[in-house]
Write a protein that binds this ligand. Structure first.
Ligand code: FPP
Length: 254
């Protein structure tokens, strides 16, 4: 994998991953689901390092959906302990490698101890201009769009924005992270073929890459394979093949 390709190819800005399959990975090994989630954290560690080395500008990880609040209390408690464990090990790496941590989702639903950790890592890395690493926690795409609509209505009521001025760009500025670019490649592990309420607005033109690998089995080389697959896609954005601004990049990469 070219180490610099993604910094040069301005058409690739945002990789998003639905990290599915921790539970099944564990159950197949006679382990608890919690152990599956812990193994999933190790995959996050590896994939973040690869994304950083390969100069991917933005990486968003679906770590806990708004629907995951319906899981058994014990599993939620374990999942809520993972950010602390992860950042205890990885914050130094993030700082040294100029990674900026960002968070999207309804953070007001998260336990206080999780919010405190997130506030700390977001604050400590806020000036970093390397990999923009986003954790989607307590996140749902529909909820994000509804929250954006509410913020927009407040501004409309206050006369800050006129109905005629509203367009897609302006609406984007009301989302959880207004700076987040559109998703270029959306990877889902775990063998399912759905988007599960993830980045619905930002993924309008995302290329999809589905793999049967469970998240704890997803390694650097699997990410490289997904990125290679991306380079073969013709992204037409509704245009004809002849008009398409980007053609498959194929052999230019890797
Ligand atoms: C889906 O697998 C995975 C999750 C619901 C949680 C993913 C979270 C992590 C990997 C760790 C998060 C860590 C940080 C640092 C925030 P599943 O449980 O739905 O698996 P299954 O489909 O096999 O049951």
């Amino acid at each position: 994998m070219s180490e610099t390709f993604f910094s040069q190819d301005r058409s690739f800005r945002h990789l998003a991953i639905i990290m599915d399959g921790n539970g099944r990975w564990a159950e197949r090994r006679g382990l608890t689901r919690s152990e599956g989630h812990k193994a999933g954290v190790e995959s996050i560690r590896q994939i973040v390092r690869a994304a950083c080395e390969w100069r991917i500008p933005w990486l968003t990880l679906y770590a806990f959906s708004s629907e995951n609040w319906n899981r058994p209390r014990k599993e939620i408690e374990l999942l809520m302990a993972l950010p602390e464990a992860y950042f205890k090990e990885e914050l130094d790496y993030c700082i040294k490698n100029h990674i900026r941590i960002r968070v999207v989702g309804r953070q007001d639903r998260l336990p206080f101890h999780v919010r405190k950790i997130l506030d700390n890592v977001v604050c400590q890395t806020r000036h970093n201009e390397g990999l923009q690493l986003v954790f989607a926690l307590s996140y749902g795409g529909r909820g994000e769009i509804v929250d954006a609509a509410k913020r927009l209505m407040l501004d409309a009521e206050a006369g800050v924005i006129e109905r005629e001025a509203l367009d897609e760009k302006t609406f984007t500025s009301y989302l959880d992270d207004p700076e987040m670019p559109d998703v270029d490649l959306l990877i889902r592990t775990g063998g399912e073929s759905r988007v599960s309420n993830f980045l619905l607005w930002q993924s309008a033109y995302a290329e999809l890459y589905l793999t049967a690998l469970m998240w704890p089995d997803f390694e650097r080389e699997d990410l490289a394979q997904a990125l290679r697959s991306f380079t073969t896609r013709e992204r037409r954005f509704g245009k004809t093949s002849a008009q398409a601004p980007t053609r498959p990049l194929g052999k230019d990469l890797c």
